[in-house]
Design a protein around this ligand. Structure first.
Ligand code: CAO
Length: 455
C-alpha cells in the first residue's frame, strides 16, 4: 500500500522565506537527505533535504512561494523500510507546526559544522562563507539544510557549489546568469565548456580539486598597487603544458634519484665521432638515449604505464623516447621512435630533425605521442641536479645536467674525470626506490663504459 508522507520546511529561523529553486519534480526518486528546494532569506541560502527516501508524488512549492516552518514541500511515497520506525501521517496540505516526526528534516549531526552562523537554528546546519577550495570533511556541509551566507561568497546554491567543486571549478570565476547574478548549474557547465574549448584549465582551483586535494584558492593580488607591471598572455603551448605539468605534479607521487656518470671516455668518443661526421651534430643526448634504451630493457617496469583504473601496469615492448625541447613558445616533447633499432648517427639525425621542427612549430600531434620515457637535458645550459616532472602516462623521466670535470678517487689517486649529473624522477606508485637506484646506477654504468652502450 502506498505510504504517502509530507516533507515539510524545518525551523529556518524566519517566516516568509522565498523559494528560489525547486530541485526535484513529481515522479522523481529521492534519497534521504537529497535536497528538495532552496530557500533564500536576506541572510542565508538554505537547501532543505528530504527527510526520507521515496518517490515524489506531488510538489507543493514553486519558485517564488514564501514559506515558514511547517509548510509542506512535497508529498512523498516513502520507502517502507526507511520510515518503518516512524508514525505514518496522512497526506495533506501543510502549514502548521504539527508536522510528524517522520516528516521533519534529519536531526543535526552530532558534531556541528564549524562556523555555523549564530542565527542558524538547530535543525539547519551549514557553512558560513566556506572558501570554495575548502572541502575538507569538517568544512563540508552536513546533510541537513545547508547554508551559504552571501557577502563575499559568490551567489550560488550549495548544490551548484557542490557541482562546481565536483568539476574542479573555482566558482568565483563563474558569471551568474540568474536573478541578481545568481550562479546556476548551467553557468558552471558553460564555464567548463568554454575553458575546455580555449585549451585552458578551468581555473586556479581546477587542479586543486583533482583527486580531492583541498588546496587554497590561488592568491588574488593587485600587483599594480606595488609598482609598474606589464601583462603578457601565456602562449598556447605554455597553457597546455602548464596544465599537464600541474596535473602530473599533483597526481604522481614523485621521487627523484640522483646519480653521477663518468663520461670521460664517452666524451672522447663523441668528439671523435663528431670529427668524422662534420655534417652532423653528435649531441651527448644520443648516448643518453642509447643508455636509456638499454636500461629500459633491463628494467621493463620503467617502460610501462598505469592504466586508467590504476590497477594494471601496461608493459611496452617498443622503445620510443620523448625529448624535452625548449622553444621560444614553451616546452614541447617530441618523440623519437624505435630508438632500440637506431644507431648513434641515426639518433643524431632524428634529434636534429625534431629539435628543428619543434622550434619551427612544425611538429604534429602524432610526433608528440606514444613516448615510453622522456629525457630532459639542461646540459647545454648549466646547473647541477634538478627534479624533472614525470610526463604522464609515462612512469619515469631522466633529467640531465651539465657535465663537469671533477677529481675522482681511482683507488690510488684523484684523477680528473668528466662527470655527468643525472636526475631520475619516477612514479613511486609503480617503481620502488631500490629499483630506481638500480636503474640509475645501471644508466651511469652504461654511460661510463661505451663498449656496453654500443653492444
Ligand atoms: N653537459 C655538458 N654539455 C652539454 C650537455 C651536457 N649534459 N648536453 C649538451 N651539451 C653541450 C652540447 O654538446 C652543445 O655543445 P656544442 O655547442 O659545443 O656542440 C651545447 O651543450 C648546446 O647543446 P644543445 O642543448 O643546444 O643541444 P643538445 O643536442 O644537447 O640538446 C635539446 C638538444 C633539444 C635537448 C636542447 O636544445 C634543449 O631544448 N634543451 C632544453 C630542454 C628543456 O628545456 N628541459 C627542461 C624541461 S622542464 O622545464
Amino acid at each position: 500500500m502506498a505510504d504517502l508522507k509530507e516533507a515539510r520546511v524545518p525551523d529556518i529561523g524566519h517566516d516568509g522565506v522565498p523559494v528560489i529553486e525547486v530541485l526535484v519534480k513529481a515522479g522523481d526518486r529521492v534519497e534521504k537527505d537529497q535536497s528538495l528546494v532552496t530557500l533564500e532569506s536576506d541572510k542565508a541560502t538554505m537547501e532543505v533535504p528530504a527527510p526520507f527516501a521515496g518517490t515524489i508524488k506531488e510538489m507543493k512549492l514553486k519558485v517564488g512561494d514564501e514559506v515558514s516552518e511547517g509548510a509542506v514541500i512535497a508529498i512523498i511515497e516513502a520507502d517502507g523500510a526507511a520510515v518503518a520506525a516512524s508514525p505514518s501521517p496522512a497526506a495533506g496540505e501543510g502549514g502548521g507546526k504539527s508536522a510528524p516526526e517522520a516528516a521533519k528534516p534529519p536531526a543535526p549531526a552530532p558534531a556541528p559544522a564549524p562556523a555555523a552562523p549564530k542565527s542558524a537554528p538547530a535543525a539547519v546546519q551549514g557553512v558560513h562563507n566556506a572558501p570554495e577550495g575548502d572541502v575538507s570533511p569538517q568544512a563540508r556541509p552536513p546533510m541537513g539544510a545547508s547554508i551559504v551566507m552571501p557577502g563575499d561568497a559568490p551567489y550560488a546554491s550549495p548544490a551548484v557549489r557542490a557541482f562546481a567543486r565536483e568539476l574542479g571549478v573555482d566558482i568565483r570565476q563563474v558569471k551568474g546568469s540568474g536573478r541578481g547574478g545568481r550562479i546556476q548549474r548551467d553557468d558552471v557547465t558553460s564555464y567548463v565548456k568554454h575553458a575546455l574549448a580555449s585549451g585552458a584549465r578551468p581555473s586556479g582551483a581546477a587542479s586543486a580539486s583533482i583527486g580531492g586535494l583541498n588546496l587554497l584558492p590561488w592568491p588574488k593580488v593587485d600587483f599594480a598597487k606595488f609598482g609598474e607591471i606589464e601583462e603578457k598572455p601565456l602562449t598556447r603551448i605554455q597553457k597546455i603544458s602548464g596544465a599537464n605539468l600541474a596535473r602530473n605534479w599533483a597526481m604522481i607521487p614523485h621521487v627523484t634519484q640522483h646519480e653521477d656518470a663518468d663520461i670521460t671516455e664517452m666524451e672522447a668518443f663523441r668528439k671523435q665521432l663528431g670529427a668524422e661526421n662534420k655534417d652532423l651534430k653528435i649531441s651527448p643526448l644520443v648516448f643518453q638515449i642509447k643508455a636509456v634504451v638499454a636500461a629500459l630493457k633491463a628494467f621493463p617496469q620503467f617502460n610501462a604505464s598505469l592504466d586508467e583504473s590504476g590497477e594494471k601496469l601496461i608493459l611496452k615492448k617498443y622503445f620510443h623516447i620523448g625529448i624535452a625541447v625548449d622553444t621560444p613558445d614553451g616546452l614541447v616533447v617530441p618523440v623519437i621512435r624505435d630508438c632500440d633499432q637506431k644507431g648513434l648517427l641515426d639518433l643524431a639525425r632524428d634529434l636534429a630533425e625534431i629539435s628543428k621542427k619543434a622550434r619551427d612549430k612544425k611538429l604534429g600531434p602524432a610526433e608528440m605521442s606514444g613516448g615510453c620515457f622522456s629525457i630532459s637535458s639542461l646540459g647545454g645550459i648549466g646547473g647541477t641536479y634538478f627534479t624533472p616532472i614525470v610526463n604522464a602516462p609515462e612512469v619515469a623521466i631522466l633529467g640531465v645536467s651539465k657535465s663537469v670535470t671533477k677529481p675522482v678517487w681511482n683507488g690510488k689517486e684523484f684523477a680528473p674525470r668528466l662527470v655527468l649529473p643525472l636526475s631520475l624522477s619516477y612514479d613511486h606508485r609503480v617503481i620502488d626506490g631500490a629499483l630506481a637506484a638500480r636503474f640509475a646506477s645501471f644508466l651511469a654504468n652504461q654511460l661510463g663504459d661505451i663498449r656496453r652502450l654500443l653492444l
